[in-house]
Design a protein. Sequence first.
Length: 615
Amino acid sequence: MSTNPSYVHFRQNQADLPSAPCWRPLERSVARWVLSHGGSPLLAEVAAWASFADGQGDSALPLRGDGIGRHGMRTLTATELAALTCEPLLSVTGASDSDVNNTPFVLDQDDFYLRRNFRNEVVVGDHLRLRRHGRPTVAALSTTDIDALFQHDRSDAAHAQREAVRQVLGTSLFVLNGGPGTGKTTTVLRMLLALSREHAALHTGDLPVIQLCAPTGKAAQRLAQALRTGADALRGHPQHPLPDAWLPYLESALSAQTSTVHRLLGSRGASNGFVWHADNPLNADIVVLDEASMIDLALLRALLDALPAHAVLVLVGDADQLSSVGTGSVLLDIANAIAQQGGAGLVRLQHSFRAHHTLLPINEAARAGDTATLFSALEHAGDAAHWLPLTSASMLRQQLALWVQALCSTLHNAGAFSAVPRDDPAMVLRALAALRQQQVLCALREGDFGAYAVNDAIEESLRKANAEYADAVWYPGRAVMISHNDNSTGLFNGDVGICLRDESGGMQVWFERHSTPTALTTDAGLRLVRLNPGSVPTHRGAFAMTIHKSQGSEYEQVAVLLPPDADNPILSRQLLYTGISRAKTRLQLWSTEPALTAAMRRDAGRRGALARRIR
């Protein structure tokens, strides 16, 4: 009977298999793979830690200098570091990033990489560095032009927006950074008009091909609707409507397709690549990527690979909020790289047009990680903000009881508990709007302080308030969130709907989205989708959601719930800032002081060298 040599080698190395309590099965598989392919136990250990770091969003694992010991990995000795460089499965970078062998692992300066992360980072850096060189323009904007686009608004609040529109011309890469309510989409619309006029001037009157995209379907929908609303405001301004000369460029912007990044690139599935790539580029002259903080390193590489060299790329988002669930913090890295090179091609919007003025110091303190200022801002916010130190699940239940009382009143006033005629879209829209009045945002998904348990508690209280539906799954006023994209209904992951009772007593679940042939048209230009409860795609309750899920959304009143344990690794400044900045008028912060302090002190920044490669 013959013996498989590789199998024998694999078995011989099992005694040397490294391990760590935090490792997933994936990390142990990586370690086994290294040992079975001739790597040392040391390389197996480091490679497994690099896999773990990748799972935490890092593109690189630091072995020396800043960040050493990240995620709990032990510090390697000088002898071990020298031994790593001799591993046949590892390449060490030389004079250039491309000076590496085709090995599964790469050591670049002080950082250890999985090869795919290294290549993605290098290629993205190369693309963006080339785009920083700019391009010719023959259509600079005059002050008169800027005035026409901004209805003669020369206020301090509009200054940064005006500068963004002025500066975008002549660039191949532009970053528009800003928090919620700072007018990013308003600015994007005017940037598109300016870029369209510039393109026409350079191409004998031809209008550009514009592609609009976002990482999620929900974000893409919001972008499309916000641009339509902004266009209506431009055309219908009572004192300063958009001059006729700009109208063709406005129509060009409104005719642009809006989609997810995956759909724009023609995704063939997780392992089959995209229709559009470097050898088959997109048909695009201008590409706008909204919510760019949510895109990961690999997907940004795919987009940049497919982008024609002449096209303008505009990245829009909030670089200070949570990064993508995948690898990297690309928008933050790009913004930092541009800022360190003088800032040309980067504008940060800071004035909020929607948030209550007393909430702005709280948001800014959280963004900057200034704990003392945060506590001071909370103390002086009056009725706009309330900090409640919740130390136990019983205290949380008491607070939720008060929250549900207010929620019941909000839903009742919106008619969500009444019979809703099927042909009354205005009443349905009022009920849907009520769901945006108050929202619980949780740091965790599971456990007593997680979104699932909190939502269940809210739903139980709502059912008890109406004995008729005490044991029902579906009841008037129930809020649900779609958890997976569904092509058959046109609903996206993150879309929120409400269950309403019709005149016959039957339950219908209503969602608000863009065009569908069978939907009811509303005055807002939206569509209402009506489904029987059994036809609703995969969903969860929506009265409480994770802070991650809330990105890109805003609510009149927000309750941000942090776990009471200050050592919980989920806590970070970026998580806190993302949560509290969703509030427009009122904020409740449910957190112990140690947990809040820990969140402010912990930076969820990710390890990688993208900013350096861009520079």
